[in-house]
Ligand binder design. Structure first.
Ligand SMILES: NC(=O)c1ccc[n+]([C@@H]2O[C@H](COP(=O)([O-])OP(=O)(O)OC[C@H]3O[C@@H](n4cnc5c(N)ncnc54)[C@H](O)[C@@H]3O)[C@@H](O)[C@H]2O)c1
Ligand SMILES: [Zn+2]
Ligand SMILES: [Zn+2]
Length: 370
């Protein structure tokens, strides 16, 4: 079948909307009609070449929601008509990582920036050339074929534009606070960078009982949103956040600092490191350019103060259970999602959507398919 899809043909490059060929789903795969796709900064890292895709052309998009159109042989957990959210890690449920409760680290995740399906072949083609599918789900396409395990079934009554957010940005941010920083009652937490991911770290930290959530972002709109969605304080620079955290803790520092800057650098992690207390935690969620090495922190400080810097993928959420759970939190009023969709776009306007992301105009831009 044919599908209109936004692809990168070169890197650095812009998204080009083309008509691609899509094969039928094979064993343990499903065909999904996409309804909404979120514009996450991680796809921007592909386009700029900070972290280039490992195969070109490459159809982007890993955050999305849609409706199953057709299932391939052997699919038992889904049927046509089911509403699904895409998982950017196709967790198998059987590898060492899945079995030890770290499904976001599933060995199946190794190929997400190449974009072959799990049997090692491509499902999308452009003028006869194979096209990589971002995270194997390529949500920047009207239709997409993906592994059964990448399509997480959700209730039919949840609006799919809302559900799309719970595909990447919400679990990643929420889990960074709840699962990784392990925020507890009374904690003082700093979130550096409150865009699509960081705003949900703010929500997670408040949910977990933090007494103060201090948001840092140079963009006023982000700070205003953070204050509406649970931050108690907001600053343009990390120095003021650090000063406040120390003044609240008898000079000790924040219990945790979560770094969610769009293009993260070592200096952002170092700022978080200096803001935390003894035995505090820096959570590194934002992605740095792949070639960048090094975090300028005092090694002795790390030892004597027993400080911890912890990276995380997907906020260490297990997608198959965590995604439906977060939607239940939304239904119960414990998680706010509607406000996060600040603008919607047609697929053809995807580059405008990314310009708006870079200009700081959106919490989350979302592509809506007709
Ligand atoms: N670890 C994961 O599993 C995972 C998953 C998804 C996204 N990410 C990464 O998380 C990062 C954030 O993604 P996003 O979609 O929220 O991006 P975004 O562009 O929506 O948000 C980034 C925010 O950082 C702010 N910012 C820029 N410079 C800053 C600074 N010096 N101090 C404080 N804030 C600053 C921006 O104003 C913006 O609000 C990206 O690097 C993305 O690739 C990681
Ligand atoms: Zn993402
Ligand atoms: Zn696995």
């Amino acid at each position: 079948m044919k599908t209109r899809a936004a692809v990168l043909r070169e890197v650095p490059g812009n998204w080009e909307v083309c008509t691609a060929d899509l094969d039928a789903p094979r064993e343990h795969e499903v065909l999904v009609r996409m309804v909404a796709a979120g514009l996450c900064h991680s796809d921007q890292h592909y386009a700029t070449g900070d972290n280039p895709p490992e195969h070109l052309p490459f159809c982007g998009g890993h955050e999305g929601a849609g409706i199953v159109e057709e299932v391939g042989p052997g699919v038992t957990s889904l049927k046509a008509g089911d509403h699904v959210v895409t998982s950017f890690i196709p967790s198998c449920g059987r590898c060492r990582w899945c079995l030890s409760g770290d499904a976001a680290l599933c060995d199946n995740g190794a190929g997400i920036s190449i974009g072959k399906q799990l049997d090692g072949t491509f499902r999308m083609h452009l003028d006869g050339e194979p096209v990589g599918q971002s995270a194997l789900v390529s949500t920047f396409s009207e239709y997409s074929v993906m592994p059964e395990v990448s399509a997480i079934r959700i209730a039919d009554d949840i609006p799919l534009a809302i559900a799309a957010l719970v595909s990447c940005g919400v679990p990643t941010g929420w889990g960074s606070a709840v699962n990784v920083a392990k925020v507890g009652p009374g904690d003082v937490v700093i979130v550096i960078g409150v865009g699509g991911i960081g705003i949900n770290a703010v929500q997670g930290a408040r949910h977990a009982g933090a007494s103060r959530v201090i948001a840092v972002d140079p963009v006023q709109l982000k700070r205003d949103f953070a204050l509406q969605l649970g931050a108690t304080d907001a600053f343009a620079g990390h120095e003021e956040a650090t000063d406040l955290a120390r003044s609240l803790t008898n000079g000790q520092g924040a219990d945790a600092a979560i770094v969610c800057v769009g293009v993260t650098h070592g200096e952002h992690v170092a700022a978080a490191f200096s803001a935390i207390r003894k035995a505090g935690t820096v959570v590194l969620t934002g992605v740095a350019p792949g070639a960048e090495i090094g975090i300028p922190v005092g090694l002795a400080e790390m030892v004597y103060y027993k400080k911890r810097i912890q990276g995380t993928l997907y906020g260490s959420v297990a997608p198959a259970s965590g995604i439906p759970q977060l939607l239940r939190f939304w239904q119960d009023g414990a998680l706010r999602l509607d406000e996060l969709v600040t603008r919607t776009y047609s697929l053809d306007d995807i580059n405008i959507g990314y310009e708006d992301l870079l200009a700081g105009r959106n919490m989350r831009g979302v592509i809506k398919f007709d």
